[in-house]
Design a protein around this ligand. Structure first.
Ligand code: NAD
Length: 420
């Protein structure tokens, strides 16, 4: 996945966000400092035998940001531009995300600097197994539980689960989530992020006076999160999807696109671009398209101080992580755009990951209906918790979500006390 948008150090953004909230609720001194530092970081450099017989050295990271509320949780990303600061930021965001939806986890993230598109399947397997071995003593069902992220998937998780289990001498399904059902995965995990996002949009639309039924939606990024959100808003909530994009470009059709047919076109041709009857637009233009609801579901740093004024949507639901820069938040708040921040809007994924882990540990599995019902309860309750803080403190939803999350983490830190 290419990077778009200005080059901003994501960990600087993550720390600025912590300062904003700490100022707001009066967190100072050592507690503020601690919140701005990852608890533990592991960087590993390791060799992988390539198919042509040569060896290459790869670098991987795993950052456990804060574990006051429980074992840490977060995905593993394979990307050529992975940096330690990016992994730190993502680990911090996972900490707040787990706290917003009140699941008993701290936050973590991992990454390997590699271009998975250029690796053969055997190379990818050996890279994954070696990285898993290198971090094996750092992870575990009671310590830190990885999951898929950009360019990793259920196959990657299966290799990690198997490698970890081989070292232990018995099967440990609870060491990772996002596994296939056959290895202890959960029903509903595949669509949990998009589904959770659709629930939050439904709830927030009532408060914001935004129409979903008969309203219009633009989706930037038509992958797992974006396509599921578009399908559910279209099928279950009666929304009209007017614009969709992927890494190759976007399409717009004010009368409405059927997201299932667009998905079919993408499956056949590799992109949404060229969909019959729709006009082409760029990934920058889709953000500024006329639509009631905008769902950024691709990359970081998309809505900036430069384009925030041109956003026409009344609601921005962040299926992607970090799509909006802090200066854009202020501009959107002043324009009375309802922003549903990433740590709330895309928390459906980690919530069902938590359900997967809970099922693995119990060895007792739930039906799809049970998973979706529990997910809906968590998302509805979490939105309402965030909304209450936003109204009480007269702040925008992102600050409210951070206040709620950081307060929960700080309460856990303070109650536990400082060891020794
Ligand atoms: P994905 O790989 O399935 O989909 C990403 C989509 O974005 C693809 O359609 C791709 O073509 C498109 N894309 C790539 N570069 C683009 C660009 N420059 N402009 C526009 N579109 C571009 O990934 P995903 O799992 O859907 O994740 C998308 C976002 O959602 C990421 O920010 C991810 O961190 C976040 N997220 C995903 C989950 C999950 O469970 N899948 C959970 C939480 C957050």
């Amino acid at each position: 996945m290419e990077r778009a948008g200005p080059s901003v150090n994501p960990f600087d953004t993550a720390r600025r966000q912590i300062d904003i909230v700490a100022d707001l609720i009066g967190i100072n001194g050592g507690v503020r400092e601690l919140l701005k530092h990852p608890k533990r970081e592991l960087t590993v450099n390791f060799p992988v035998r390539m198919d042509d017989g040569s060896y290459r050295v790869f670098t991987g990271h795993r950052v456990q940001y804060n574990m006051a509320r429980g074992p840490t949780k977060g995905g593993i990303r394979y990307h050529p531009q992975v940096t330690l600061d990016e992994v730190r930021a993502l680990a911090a965001w996972m900490t707040w995300k787990c706290a917003v939806v009140n699941i008993p986890y701290g936050g973590a993230k991992g990454g390997v600097v590699c271009d998975p598109k250029t690796l053969k399947i055997g190379e990818l397997e050996r890279l994954t197994r070696r990285y898993a071995s290198e971090i094996a003593s750092f992870i575990g069902p009671e310590i830190d539980i990885p999951a898929p992220d950009v360019y990793t998937d259920s196959q990657t998780m299966s290799w990690i689960m198997d490698t970890y289990s081989m070292q232990k001498g018995y099967s440990v399904p609870g060491v990772v989530t996002g596994k296939p059902i056959a290895l202890g995965g959960s029903e509903g995990r595949g669509e949990a992020t998009g589904r959770g996002c659709a629930y939050v949009i439904r709830e927030a639309a009532k408060d914001a006076g935004v129409r979903v039924k008969g309203g219009t939606v633009a989706v930037q990024g038509f992958g797992n999160a974006g396509s599921v959100a578009a399908n559910l808003l279209h099928d279950e909530q009666g929304a009209t999807i007017v614009a969709i994009s992927d890494s190759k470009g976007g399409i717009v059709k004010p009368e409405g696109l059927n997201p299932h047919t667009v998905e079919e076109h993408k499956r056949k041709t590799g992109s949404v671009v060229g969909f019959p009857g729709a006009k082409a637009i760029s990934n920058e233009e889709i953000l500024e398209t006329k639509a009631d609801i905008l769902i950024p579901a691709a990359l970081e740093n998309q809505i900036t101080g430069k384009n925030a004024d041109r956003i026409q949507a009344k609601m921005v639901a962040e299926a992607a992580n970090g799509p909006t820069l802090p200066e854009a938040d202020t501009a959107l708040f002043q324009k009375k755009v309802t922003v549903l921040p990433d740590i709330l809007a895309n928390a459906g994924g980690v919530t069902v990951s938590y359900f997967e882990w809970a099922q693995d540990i119990q060895g007792f599995f739930w039906s799809l209906e049970e998973v979706n019902q529990r997910l809906e309860r968590v998302m509805v309750r979490s939105y309402s918790d965030v909304r209450k803080v936003a109204v009480d403190k007269k702040v925008h939803n992102r600050s409210a979500a951070y206040v709620l999350a950081i307060q929960r983490v700080v309460d856990a830190m303070k109650t536990r006390g400082i060891y020794p």
